[in-house]
Design a protein around this ligand. Structure first.
Ligand code: SF4
Length: 135
């Protein structure tokens, strides 16, 4: 069982070996492999730092600080909650990877990307939208 923050349910779709550091890329590679290999695995959906953040250089004092201050964590949590709401999930609840994938295919669309990922530096690459199409 893994815990993942809401917006990482989207990010993992577009992962192609890019990331914030070698340690982060290695962690992301391992987690994405698990998610793709074990669709029956259960995920706990959270709105705070997760197993991917643990390997990220932007996690400082237990908070995402991409902008160099703790306001980033507040902004990122809003992204998490937006994804969780779009997918009609509940914070802290368990879901299989397969169930989340089905919700993504049914409920997450271009407007969702526009809402959730507007400020994301990776969005322009188009990897996440291609990843959703490939689910
Ligand atoms: S700490 Fe911030 S930038 Fe790093 S993985 Fe977590 S949410 Fe993303």
């Amino acid at each position: 069982m893994l815990a993942l923050r809401g917006h990482h349910l989207v990010c993992r779709l577009g992962f192609r070996g890019l990331g914030y550091s070698d340690a982060f890329v290695q962690q992301m590679t391992e987690i994405v492999h698990l998610l793709r290999t074990y669709p029956e695995m259960k995920l706990r959906v959270i709105a705070g730092p997760d197993v991917l953040c643990d390997a990220c250089p932007h996690l400082v004092d237990g908070q995402c600080q991409t902008a160099g201050n703790s306001h980033s964590e507040i902004r990122i949590q809003a992204m998490d909650r937006a994804v969780i709401q779009i997918l009609d999930l509940q914070v802290g609840h368990l879901y299989t990877v397969q169930m989340i994938n089905e919700r993504m295919k049914a409920r997450f669309d271009k407007a969702s990307f526009d809402l959730v990922c507007a400020d994301c530096r990776w969005r322009a690459l188009g990897f996440c939208e291609a990843g959703l199409e490939g689910l």
